[in-house]
Structures are given as C-alpha cells and as structure tokens.
Ligand binder design. Structure first.
Ligand code: SAM
Length: 238
C-alpha cells in the first residue's frame, strides 16, 4: 500500500516550503493539486520534475504525475486516489496555498483513505491563520478559528458570537466581502475591541492594519486599491 502525504506549501513566497516537503514532492508517484498552473510554478521553482500528460510513454520521461483533485466534483477522484494507493503508489496532496484541509479540500479523502488502512503522513509548513496570528500582537495561546464565514445562513448569529468571544477570533476573508464583513463587525463590536488584518502575507504588498472596527473600516473605504489579495481577520477577545 502506498502512503498519502499531506504537504503544506507556501502562502505566497515560494521559498516558504520545508526541505522535507521538497524531498517528498520529488519522491512521490503522484501529486494531487487544486490548480495545476499554481502548483507547476512551485514545482518549477524547486526543480521538481513532472511528467507531461501529452508525451507518449516511449518518451521515457522522468518525474511524477500532477493531477487535479477537487472534493466537490465527485467521489470518483477519491476512488482514483484509493486505487493508486492500493497499487502501491505514493501520493502527495497539496493545495494552492498553505496547509491542505485547512479551509481547503481533502477531509473526505483522508477519512476514506483511513478506512482502507493506508498510512497518512503530515508534512507541516505554512498556514495563513498561524502566520497572521504570529505577528498580530493579539493573545494567541488559544484562539477561535472560523475559516471562511458563511455568506448567509448563520452569519448574523456568528457576528454576535464573535462579539462575545473571550478568545482571539481568526477567520479568512476574500477581497469581495471584506468591506461587508468590516461593516458587520463595526455594527456588532464595541469600540474598544481591536481588529488586526493581515493582507498578502509573505508577498510584495504584505500589510498589517490594526485599530478598532471603525478605524479599520475607514482605512479600506479610503484606500479602495487595498481591497485586493488575501486577508486574515483577527479580533481581540472581550
Ligand atoms: N489552506 C490555507 C492555509 O493553510 O492557510 C488556506 C486556504 S483558504 C482557501 C485561502 C484563504 O487563506 C484566503 O482567502 C485568505 O483568507 C487566506 N490566505 C491565504 N494566503 C494568504 C496570504 N498570503 N495572506 C493573507 N491571507 C492568506
């Protein structure tokens, strides 16, 4: 039986990958990814060879196969991964950024691979929430991680829970929704609560913005060009 490796990749800066992750990606038979264009950039940067799907077997290519894996599409791809493992192939799962499974696909795959008794190995590395917390200045010995907030059902209740949380609250947000979310936080939070937003971590336009809900909302309303890229939102506990 092959091994399934869950490999963390960078959240922006392609150097943020461990030596072990590079070795494992060089050694496995198959790499499962979300978007082949994103993963190819990482593999090229670290000289990890992949086989071209177009070349005939006679071309004697070196390297491993790169296949997209998307949990939502169907259960078929889980079956395919299980077949590969049963054939003795080692498989690595990566996501576009950071640690797979954390607000990313793969939880169902792991459940099913566990059921067949195959070995699953974590190759730890970057994670946007942890990187953001580490420079936030907010208490982070324990915290509440909410992933992406729901768009509709339960959203208002969640803001009330965030407002009442004694722990630092952390969540992911997209540029399309950040203003709406900051407006809801402004409606629900007391003026004394501190918000820290980490934007584009490890990338050229990396930025950390902090203040109370009104100050942070004002900042983005006055700087619409900053409503771009990727955001981690952190809120101080009560
Ligand atoms: N699995 C990833 C991890 O370990 O962090 C998270 C994947 S989730 C689909 C993507 C979200 O993570 C983005 O919408 C953003 O909220 C956050 N994120 C990813 N990279 C980031 C970065 N460089 N700076 C700030 N936030 C980032």
């Amino acid at each position: 039986m092959g091994i399934l490796y869950i490999v963390a990749t960078p959240i922006g800066n392609l150097e943020d990958i461990t030596l072990r992750a590079i070795r494992v990606l060089k050694e496995v038979d198959v790499i499962l990814c979300e978007d082949t264009r994103v993963t190819k950039r990482l593999l090229e940067r670290h000289e990890i060879e992949i086989k071209s799907r177009k070349a005939p077997p006679s071309a004697g290519q070196r390297g491993r196969q790169l296949i997209t894996y998307n949990e939502q599409r169907s259960g078929a791809s889980i079956k395919k991964v299980i077949r590969l493992l049963e054939e003795g192939k080692d498989v690595a799962l990566v996501s576009d950024a950071g640690t797979p499974i954390i607000s990313d696909p793969g939880a169902r795959l792991i459940q099913e691979v566990r059921e067949i008794g195959a070995k699953i190995v974590a190759i730890p590395g970057a994670n946007a929430a942890i990187a953001a917390l580490s420079i936030s200045g907010l208490p982070a010995s324990d915290f509440l991680f909410l992933g992406f907030l729901p768009h509709k059902k339960g959203r208002e209740t969640l803001f009330k829970e965030i407002a009442a949380s004694k722990r630092t609250v952390v969540f992911y947000e997209s540029p399309h929704r950040i203003l709406k979310t900051l407006q809801s936080l402004d409606k629900n939070l007391m003026a004394s609560r501190k918000i820290v937003i980490a934007r584009e971590l490890t990338k050229i336009y990396e930025e950390v913005i902090s203040g109370n809900s009104k100050e942070v909302l004002d900042y983005f309303e006055k700087n619409p060009k900053k409503i771009k890229g990727e955001f981690v939102v952190m809120i101080e506990g009560v």
